[in-house]
Design a protein around this ligand. Structure first.
Ligand SMILES: [Fe+2]
Length: 453
């Protein structure tokens, strides 16, 4: 079945819920919060057969001592076929750096030339990109602030068991949809501005914005985009009924505490179905956003066929935002690493077609993500480039010594050189916590005052 046919079918799905009282099950494989350190460590490198090596990957470990092969380094970035042949001569398996693995394998996803990454367009240059973002940002910020104010009130209402103001929810979501329809990078850009101590409210808003943006990318209609926005901002309301000392615990959770947290899905569903006129699809997304496509999610271990488009889409954007955000018990990871996890788990946890489309939308270096250049400068991605996935339009934020500068927009596909005459290239993605300046202030400043190289 074609993907658009599946979407049409999903749009018609309005199942009645099986149970209103399902409790989380201990079989869930979502152990990232219980074992945060070990799960993160596993992601730093990937074991590969030498026959699967590709140009661009960086080999960081062999299945034998480095002294057994004729190279002078303890790390090799594969530049030619003969590099691969050399490793194949001496090794059976190697470990490659995860970021380089993601860059190469994600790039292979983009062979579909009809796919356009977020805000990508062959004709848009650095100046146009910067100006389009600058033009929409004030209106997007207004919608963002108003929506966040609404969500704060909503979460307070839920904590006090009050009725939900559904009309106000629809109004703020409509504002976000308007902004995203005008320019899909401005609100996406604002999702990068985060306050760790306001995680639940900001996370709900970011999931709403990502869901609407993804809906636009899938060419859904306005009604569906607004429903996706509502699903996003309401998906985690059940967390307001989980004790704070468990929700905000900074040390690993016990299994018993994790089981209590998992109840937020059923609690959210029960709340939404009894405190206002809320679309059943939105209620179900709150109930089902931690279900897995292989039937091993929670709370009800639903099968693939029982999950609507809204459930599947919210599951992806919820995970993406959670992984890239700092939490009270661990730091967020670079966007490229989160994308690689979605990619690896697409057949177990997520709808694989939706995951691949999501990766096509955000690109290898998503809009608003931080990158380190080969000369040490820090930059933020302004837009992706469909023909040059590794060479987006970026805004340079610092000099090579990481001192803030007047932001300068550059299109890396145009082979721009720095003041020493070296071609500027992205060296790697950065997590938000890897920079020592106030990212929030810089993002708001840079988008409103960028020069163009
Ligand atoms: Fe959740």
């Amino acid at each position: 079945m074609k993907f658009l046919d599946r979407i049409t079918q999903w749009m018609g799905i309005r199942k009645s819920s099986k149970s209103h009282t399902g409790y989380p099950d201990q079989k869930s494989s979502d152990s990232s919060r219980i074992f945060p350190d070990s799960s993160l460590r596993k992601l730093e490198k990937k074991r590969l057969k030498v026959t699967d090596l590709q140009i661009g990957m960086t080999v960081v470990e062999l299945d034998r001592p480095w002294t057994d092969i004729p190279v002078d380094f303890q790390e090799i970035t594969i530049n030619t076929r003969s590099d691969i042949a050399l490793l194949q001569q001496y090794c059976d398996e190697v470990y490659v750096d995860y970021i380089s693995y993601t860059s190469v394998t994600s790039d292979n996803l983009f062979h579909n030339k009809n796919a356009h990454t977020l805000s990508s367009n062959k004709l848009i240059n650095a100046q146009q990109t910067s100006m389009a973002l600058k033009a929409e940002l004030p209106r997007a910020k207004k919608a963002f602030d108003r929506s966040l104010g609404y969500i704060h009130k909503l979460l307070k209402d839920v904590a006090q068991s009050s009725e939900i103001d559904v009309l106000a929810a629809r109004e703020v979501v409509a504002d976000c949809v308007d902004s995203i329809l005008r320019n899909d990078t401005a609100m996406f850009w604002l999702t990068k501005i985060k306050n760790q101590d306001d995680y639940t409210a900001e996370h709900c808003l970011r999931v709403g914005i990502l869901a609407i943006t993804f809906g636009k990318y899938l060419q859904l209609g306005r009604v569906q985009m607004e429903l996706l926005g509502l699903c996003g901002i309401l998906h985690d309301v059940g967390k307001m009924q989980i004790p704070n000392h468990i929700l905000n615990k900074t040390t690993p959770l016990t299994q018993e505490e994790f089981n209590i947290i998992k109840q937020h899905t059923s609690l959210g569903y029960q709340y939404l179905s009894s405190h206002g006129d809320i679309d059943p699809l939105v209620q179900q997304a709150a109930h089902n956003h931690h279900e897995h496509i292989n039937g091993n999610g929670y709370p009800r271990q639903l099968s693939e066929e029982e999950l609507s488009l809204y459930d599947r889409l919210i599951a992806i954007v919820d995970s993406y935002d959670a992984m890239t955000s700092d939490r009270c018990y661990r730091l967020g990871m670079p966007a490229s690493q989160a994308v690689s996890i979605l990619y690896n788990e697409q057949h177990q946890h997520y709808d694989s077609q939706l995951v691949q489309l999501f990766i096509q939308m955000v690109g290898i270096y998503p809009v608003g993500s931080l990158v380190k250049m080969n000369n040490g400068q820090i930059a933020v991605v302004l837009s992706t480039n469909e023909d040059h996935k590794l060479e987006p339009v970026v805004e340079l934020l610092t000099d090579p010594y990481r001192r803030l500068i007047q932001p300068v927009a550059v299109d890396l596909s145009k082979h721009v050189t720095d003041s020493f005459g070296h071609f500027l290239k992205i060296k790697r993605s950065l997590a938000d916590h890897e920079v020592d300046f106030d990212l929030k202030a810089v993002l708001l400043r840079s988008s409103s005052s960028s020069q163009v190289a």
